[in-house]
Design a protein around this ligand. Sequence first.
Ligand code: ADP
Ligand code: MG
Length: 237
Amino acid sequence: QLKETVYLDKLAVAGQMAAAIAHEVRNPMTTIRGMIQFLGSTTSDPKLKEHSPLLIEELDRTNKIITDYLSMVKPDEPKLERISLENVLIDVVSLTAPYGAINNVEVTTSKIGSYQVCIDEQKLKQGLINIIKNGIEAIEENGTIHVYQYKLTKRNITIAIEDNGKGMTETELEQIGLPFYTTKAKGTGLGMMVTYKLIQDMGGKLRYESELNEGTRVLLTLPLYTKSNPLPEEVIE
Ligand code: ADP
Ligand code: MG
């Protein structure tokens, strides 16, 4: 019992240190990024002009790795609020549509009833974006990601995020969400681990169904806001 407490304390310290370092590293990175962007757009040097987008891309990738690690070691407490799920999905689809478009993938959503859920909006969005991005990246030439209402019960709503990408084998399916599990050259293998945690923290569930060379369906179940299942007392404002 005592040993475990000491270990958890150390883990918390490690998390705080990681957060502090990430914060300190990000500030100069932002300056460097701005400078490269400025130089790249004003320079007459063709080499600098040609290579500056790659520099920026690599900086953004570094930043993403820091973000993924941070949400792993230092997850914030979820702020549960009563939110329209439909609005969240519309937002997330329009946020990911440009990334889809450059990869020849159409991201669509069909009408979802006006249901309210009790969730942390930012965290839900982050999780959905991770799921949709994976779907886009699983499509090799062109395809679609479809987000729709899959099932409704008295207490829960289930949303499907479906892609017609390359799918996964059973072995691959089992490994999704494990830290550092990635099949991508530039992947971090942290996206789904973080997403599982985010969804779990707000009382949701995530399930994967996949068929090799056919596609993948991600099922996200969230607790509905109802009179018998209201907001926890402390978050009523
Ligand atoms: P990353 O995207 O950095 O690889 P993730 O944790 O987001 O890390 O995903 C882990 C792995 O799970 C991916 O590399 C990929 O192999 C697999 N995966 C996730 N989503 C899908 C999907 N929709 N279709 C096929 N494979 C997927
Ligand atoms: Mg990913």
